[in-house]
Design a binder for this molecule. Structure first.
Ligand code: DGY
Length: 322
């Protein structure tokens, strides 16, 4: 019997492909062309495993059309791109890459928060455009981070890593989560205080979104929620685009009903609402919160280890199916 066949849907570190090739007959996509849904299905017809990232959708239809599949391994912690229920019904293990990206994602959440609050990209664009003629007392006034209140929605492992970093800025942390964390977790998260979503939005100077996307968290932040925020507040999203209603956010930013937003994720990325480009009070980055060399490597290795375990009949370390 030959090696199991797998598809790696997008380009990834060559040594990870090499490692996979020792165990599997690998079809890789190192030229990184994005497959259509039909192409994905066609390429998966003779495969037992798929190694994918968060931009490929394994919907119930795709899963049903690939009856030979025995493992779906995502190179991402978020797995809203995979219909885990449909995979479970089909008896297919699904895995993700938790933990390895917590600290890197939290570092970036802070980078985005600082850039947003202190108008880093807006002022840089202005300087590059040759507009800096003199120092002024009121040029690019922003919001302080030190001594302010940070509101974190989603106090999972990444949220906790974000909260820990706030200690150095002497900030107060309030959070909202599906359920309250243990006193021990709250203590380590800079003594974070559990509050309702509404209370958080009313009181936070900076709101940070770090919750997973699901139909239940779709548009967690819409027009009503934005209206509760302070006019001086900032909003940062490093989670998933669908958590925020982009149209409502654009309207709010345009009317300057909040100070600014920093967004690493978008509802239909890589496409995004062009309305954002017309605004100065938004910092936009292309879904790079986990993009440090060691972390992306760790994610790829974690996904590969899950695939090896799943296709050799072992329980993969990061199994998602109930
Ligand atoms: C994740 O791991 O979910 C990141 O957002 C990268 O997709």
């Amino acid at each position: 019997m030959g090696k199991p066949k797998i598809l790696v849907t997008r380009a990834v570190f060559p040594d990870v492909i090499e490692r996979l090739s020792r165990e599997f007959d690998v079809e890789s996509n190192q030229d990184d062309r994005i497959f259509t849904r039909e192409e994905l299905i066609a390429r998966l017809q003779d495969k037992q495993g798929v190694f994918l990232n968060s931009s490929e959708r394994m919907s119930a239809e795709v899963i049903a059309a690939c009856p030979g599949l025995r493992a779906i391994c995502n190179m991402a912690v978020g797995y809203n791109n995979i219909d885990v229920d449909a995979a479970t019904r089909a008896g297919i293990p699904v895995t993700n890459t938790p933990d390895v990206l917590n600290e890197t994602t939290a570092d970036f959440a802070w980078a985005l928060l600082m850039a947003t609050a202190r108008r880093v990209t807006e002022s840089e664009h202005w300087l590059r455009a040759g507009q800096w003629k003199k120092w002024t007392y009121n040029g690019f006034l922003g919001a302080d981070l030190h001594g302010s209140t940070l509101g974190i929605i989603g106090m999972g492992r990444i949220g906790q890593a974000v909260a820990r970093r706030s200690l150095g800025f002497d900030m107060k942390v309030i959070y909202h989560n599906r359920s309250r964390c243990s006193p021990d977790i709250e203590a380590r998260a800079n003594n974070a205080q559990y509050v309702s979503k509404e209370e958080l939005l009313r009181n936070a100077d900076h709101v940070m979104l770090v919750l997973p996307y699901s139909p239940q968290t779709h548009h967690t932040i819409g027009a009503g929620e934005l209206a509760l925020m302070k006019p001086t507040a900032t909003l940062v999203n490093v989670a998933r685009g669908g958590i925020v209603d982009d149209k409502a956010l654009i309207e709010t930013l345009r009317a300057q009903r909040i100070a600014a937003a920093g967004l690493d994720v978008f509802e239909n990325e890589p496409a995004f609402d062009p309305g954002f480009l017309e605004l100065k009070n938004v910092v936009l980055t292309p879904h790079i919160a986990s993009a440090s060399e060691p972390t992306r490597r760790a994610m790829a290795e974690c996904a590969a280890a899950n695939l090896v375990a799943a296709l050799s009949g072992k329980r993969p370390p990061n199994l998602l199916n109930p």
